[in-house]
Write a protein that binds this ligand. Structure first.
Ligand SMILES: NC(=O)c1ccc[n+]([C@@H]2O[C@H](COP(=O)([O-])OP(=O)(O)OC[C@H]3O[C@@H](n4cnc5c(N)ncnc54)[C@H](O)[C@@H]3O)[C@@H](O)[C@H]2O)c1
Length: 303
C-alpha cells in the first residue's frame, strides 16, 4: 500500500489544527485550508498553545521537533491549491451539512484523482455526505477526539460504497500518525465513542439547565464516583462550545436548545473552552485548570 505522505486538512479550527499538528509531528507534510487568512494566521497562536501541552504530555518532546513540525505545515485559502498534491484529505469544517456538502462539491471539482478522502464529522454519516463527493468509493469518515496527542483515538467508518482498500489505507495512515485506530463495523451515528458518551453529555446539559446541580457539582460528582480523571462538563471545555452549539441549537428537546444559549454566551465572549483558556472553567497556558469561570451562572436560571 503506498504511503500517504501529503495530508490536506480542510478547516483550521479546534480539531483541524490539532489534526494538522498530529500529522506534522509524525513527519507528514501538511497543507491547511481555511476560508480566511485571519483564521489561518490564528494558527500561530494555536501552535504555541499546543506546544505547552506537547511539552507536558509527550515523552521525548523537544522544541526542535515541534518547530520542525510547524515548518512542515503550509496554509492556503484556495481549494484548488489545497488539493494539488494531496494523498490524504481530512475535512474538519463546521458541523453543518450544507457547509460540508458545498465544500465537498468544491473539493471534487479540484480533485486530481488519487487522494483518500475523509470527513471528521462528529454527527453526520459518511453516506449523508457521499452524494456530494465525486469519488465516493474513496470516501469515509476518520474521526478524532480533541486533545488528539493524548486522546489519540482514530475511529474510521465507511458507507456502503466505500472500497475496502480505502478503509485499509485510512487505518494505515492513522497508525502512521500515532493514532489507536478502531474500525466501526456498521455505519452508526456517533461511531463507537460518541455513541456512548453523547447521551451522558446531553443529560449533563439537561441537569444544568434544570437547576439540579451547578456545573461544577455535576462535573465533580462524576469524577469522584467513577474515580475518573475528568467529568462530563469538562467535555464541553475540551471540545469547545462551537461544536455543541451547532448540535444542540436545533435539537427537538427544549432543554438542549436552552443549553445552546449557554454555549452562545461563551461564543459571543470569545471564551469557548480550553483553547481560549476559559469555558465553564478557567485554565493556565499549559491547560491546567485554575478555577471556575463566571461567564455563565453556576446554576442556570430559567428565563
Ligand atoms: N471539537 C471537537 O472536539 C471535535 C471532535 C471530533 C470531531 N469534531 C468535528 O470536527 C469538525 C470541526 O469542528 P471544530 O470543533 O474544529 O470546529 P471549529 O468551528 O473550531 O472549526 C471549523 C473551521 O472550519 C473553517 N471552515 C473551513 N471551510 C469553511 C467553510 N466552507 N465554511 C465555514 N467555515 C469553514 C472555519 O473557518 C473554522 O476555522 C466538525 O465536523 C466537528 O463535528 C470536533
Amino acid at each position: 500500500m503506498p504511503t500517504l505522505e501529503n495530508l490536506t486538512v480542510f478547516g483550521a479550527g479546534v480539531m483541524g489544527s490539532q489534526i494538522m499538528m498530529q500529522a506534522a509531528y509524525a513527519g507528514k507534510t501538511v497543507v491547511g485550508y481555511d476560508i480566511s487568512d485571519e483564521t489561518l494566521d490564528a494558527l500561530k497562536g494555536r501552535w504555541e498553545w499546543m506546544r505547552t501541552y506537547y511539552r507536558r504530555d509527550l515523552d521525548g518532546f523537544t522544541d526542535e521537533k515541534f518547530d520542525l513540525a510547524v515548518s512542515r505545515i503550509s496554509t492556503t485559502t484556495s481549494v484548488m491549491a489545497a488539493m494539488a498534491n494531496a494523498d490524504m484529505v481530512i475535512e474538519a469544517v463546521p458541523e453543518d451539512l450544507d457547509i460540508k456538502r458545498t465544500l465537498w462539491e468544491q473539493i471534487s471539482e479540484s480533485d486530481p484523482g488519487h487522494a483518500i478522502l475523509t470527513t471528521n464529522s462528529s454527527y453526520f454519516l459518511p453516506s449523508e455526505i457521499a452524494p456530494s463527493v465525486r469519488r465516493s468509493n474513496r470516501f469515509a469518515a476518520l474521526h478524532f477526539a480533541t486533545l488528539v496527542w493524548l486522546a489519540n483515538i482514530g475511529e474510521f467508518m465507511g458507507h456502503v460504497g466505500t472500497d475496502p482498500d480505502t478503509l485499509d489505507a485510512i487505518a494505515q495512515f492513522g497508525e502512521e500518525i500515532n493514532l489507536r485506530v478502531f474500525r466501526v463495523r456498521k455505519e452508526t451515528r456517533g461511531y463507537l465513542l460518541n455513541a456512548q458518551i453523547v447521551p451522558l453529555i446531553k443529560e449533563a446539559a439537561r441537569l444544568y439547565v434544570n437547576g439540579v446541580g451547578t456545573f461544577d457539582e455535576l462535573n465533580e460528582s462524576f469524577k469522584v464516583g467513577l474515580a475518573a480523571p475528568s467529568g462530563v462538563v469538562d467535555t464541553f471545555d475540551s471540545a469547545g462550545f462551537n461544536v455543541f452549539y451547532s448540535i444542540f441549537a436545533n435539537d427537538e428537546d427544549p432543554s438542549l436548545r436552552e443549553f445552546a444559549n449557554v454555549m452562545k454566551i461563551g461564543i459571543e465572549n470569545g471564551k469557548t473552552g480550553v483553547g481560549d483558556r476559559e469555558g465553564f472553567y478557567t485554565y493556565a497556558e499549559d491547560g491546567r485548570k485554575t478555577g471556575l469561570s463566571n461567564q455563565v451562572p453556576a446554576v442556570w436560571e430559567k428565563k
